[in-house]
Design a protein around this ligand. Structure first.
Ligand code: SAM
Length: 252
């Protein structure tokens, strides 16, 4: 299936389900069972920075950026419902907010070598074309600029709770587009190994600063281990991973 067809399927899926996710995975959270930005402090000082959110969803992470002093808030998202919600939340009347309804695989007219920080909270892994998305992100950043993203750990959907035990249902090693079970097979998500994300960043002119797959287990455990995200599962394998990288300076 070609990339455009996959994007059409995913856009339809997101237009139907956007409400379920409004503000659900947003900074300072990175994702299920992950440490938070308040604990990790990956961004450092945000004050005075120009930031771009890839897959900005309902705009709650951009709101966090604004609350922490970012001077320009830019966001891109595939879904018109998400962009409309973000626009209401952030107040598009301010000229420091610029939102684009577009797939991240395409540059909708974003400036190059402009942003101090590009980030993506639980959205980057939706890309159907990792290399062109990374090339875009690299071009948006100033040399030395920061790229941080979080995504579901690629072990996570390989393992399922069945008949009282966690079992490996699919190979971690097989990569490619898959209709996603958690979404009742209405969307397509590429399965990629962790090493594929890391090596693609390196090949796209980034320096890896940090890889995090630490797990934070809440005090009140979830009761049903067969839920997509459960404490029982998170105590065996991470649900979320985070990578911090920076754009190489030309002379590196
Ligand atoms: C879990 S939500 C992200 C939440 C958001 N980052 C936040 O901080 O509130 C994932 C988002 O990715 C968007 N998305 C999915 N595929 C995309 C693509 N190819 N290009 C751009 N956005 C995409 C969806 O529309 C959705 O808004």
């Amino acid at each position: 299936m070609d990339h455009n067809k996959m994007l059409t399927i995913n856009k339809d899926g997101w237009e139907k389900s956007a409400e379920r996710f409004f503000g659900r995975t947003a900074l300072p959270e990175y994702g299920p069972f992950s440490l938070t930005e308040e604990q990790l402090k990956l961004f450092g000082s945000i004050s005075g920075k120009k930031v771009l959110d890839i897959g900005c969803g309902s705009g709650h992470s951009l709101q966090y950026m604004s609350n922490n002093g970012a001077t320009e808030l830019w966001g891109i998202d595939l879904s018109s419902k998400q962009i409309n919600t973000a626009s209401k939340l952030l107040g598009n009347q301010h000229n420091n907010v610029k939102l684009f309804e577009s797939p991240m695989e395409v540059n909708p007219g974003l400036p190059s070598s402009y942003f101090d920080i590009v980030y993506s909270i639980y959205a980057f892994g939706w890309t159907v074309d990792l290399n062109s998305t990374l090339a875009n992100i690299n071009s948006y950043l100033k040399p030395g600029g920061t790229f941080i993203f979080s995504w579901e750990h690629p072990f996570h959907d390989r393992i399922k709770f069945e008949n009282g035990s966690f079992i490996v249902k699919r190979s971690y090693l097989e990569e490619g587009p898959e209709f996603n079970e958690a979404w009742h097979n209405e969307v397509i998500i590429y399965h990629r190994k962790l090493s594929t994300y890391i090596n693609s960043l390196i090949d796209s002119n980034f320096i890896i600063e940090k890889v995090i797959d630490e797990v934070a287990i809440p005090h009140t455990p979830s009761e049903n281990p067969s839920r997509w995200y459960s404490t029982q599962k998170a105590s065996l394998i991470p649900a979320t991973f985070i990578i911090k990288a920076s754009k190489k300076n030309k002379e590196c």
